[in-house]
Design a protein around this ligand. Structure first.
Ligand code: DAH
Length: 339
């Protein structure tokens, strides 16, 4: 092989080796192998140059220099393009540790969950223990023990979310509870007076959804049973609760009403302005009906009680100025971040 052919072969081999490199470390190996000053292949090529006949020297020398430049340029071009060990940040003056850090994003509790926690806290200070009941209920706890007879319109299948199990005849009818009053029955079934409990949770109704109605919302149920519980205590409890949550200028009023599980029954409004000209309904309440006490094995001559059921969203909407109940369940972070 003459000198020019050897130079060509060197060039081809070096360029192929460069092209095959995956990272800068491999390129460095190739550089040492082909261009290394001590034992690279270029060194051997140079030794051959010395033995070339005199008349061929200019041409071979010129070609040698061309190839050396070309291989060096190819190596430089490949460096940095290959992935791997190239540092992303240039080694410079370093990191400025005095710059303010980036706080990791932290989630927080849903506004309604915050509201519920505060409700339980307030009522806890009044001596009411928080308790829970199931969201899937039977008709005894949702209706019968609450003195709501079979023929009552509240039991209309179109006004409740009955589960399909009942329709297919597999066992007793079950429904998504339409009210937290179910928990009154569960508590009284399993304990004796004195009772002072609240239960806050979801209820379900096939209502038309709009800015103030949803098919799922939250209620706070309250129940106090003892030997001389009075309507005056009920009203004071509700007023103190509303003031603790919304401010001392809020008051409540009672309007005569009817619920099967209380006698007498009232609807409860809270004042919306200082003058008491605007009122907003917040729930129902009353003295526990003797039939309900009997249904759980209490003697109505021995015990009396009051009960109430309040809409949780109503309170949160008023406190935070939320105009639409649907905002609570849309999960829009722009809304949720504000709480
Ligand atoms: N359960 C009733 C409803 O959902 C609200 C209610 C009224 C609850 C009177 C009570 C009560 O405890 O005494 O409409």
């Amino acid at each position: 092989m003459d000198a020019l052919a050897q130079i060509d072969a060197f060039e081809a081999a070096a360029l192929a080796a460069i092209a095959a490199c995956g990272d800068d470390a491999a390129l460095e190996q190739v550089r040492i192998e082909y261009l290394g000053a001590r034992s690279g292949q270029l060194k051997e090529l140079q030794a051959i140059l010395g033995k070339v006949p005199k008349e061929e020297k200019p041409a071979v020398g010129k070609r040698f220099n061309e190839v050396k430049t070309a291989v060096t340029a190819a190596l430089d071009a490949a460096k940095g393009k290959a992935g791997g060990s190239t540092p992303v940040v240039a080694a410079g003056p370093g990191v400025d540790y005095t710059l303010p850090g980036v706080r990791p994003a932290l989630g927080k509790r849903h506004p309604l969950m915050q509201t519920i926690a505060e409700f339980k806290d307030i009522m806890g200070r009044f001596g009411f223990t928080a308790c829970d009941g199931p969201e899937i209920e039977d008709e005894r706890h949702n209706f019968e023990a609450l003195n709501i007879p079979e023929v009552h319109p509240a039991r209309d299948p179109l006004d409740n979310f009955y589960l399909a199990t009942a329709r297919h005849g597999s066992g007793a009818a079950r429904l998504m509870r339409s009210q937290t009053s179910t928990v009154q029955i569960r508590v009284m079934e399993s304990s004796r007076p004195p009772i002072r409990v609240v239960s806050v949770g979801r209820v379900y109704r096939p209502d038309e959804i709009d800015a103030t109605h949803h098919c799922m919302f939250h209620q706070m149920e309250g129940l106090m049973v003892g030997t001389d519980v009075t309507m005056a205590q009920l009203k004071t409890t509700l007023r103190l609760f509303a003031q603790a949550y919304l401010g001392a200028d809020v008051t409540v009023r009672f309007r005569p009403s009817f619920f099967p599980f209380t006698e007498p029954s009232v609807e409860v409004d809270m004042s919306m302005d200082a003058a008491g000209t605007r009122w907003l309904e917040i729930g129902g309440a009353g003295m526990v009906d003797p039939n309900v006490l009997r249904a759980v094995g209490y003697d109505p001559d021995e015990f009396t009680g009051f009960a109430f059921g309040l809409g949780v969203e109503r309170f949160a909407m008023r406190r935070y100025g939320v105009p639409d109940i649907r905002l609570f369940t849309e999960n829009d972070v722009r809304f949720l971040r504000q709480f």
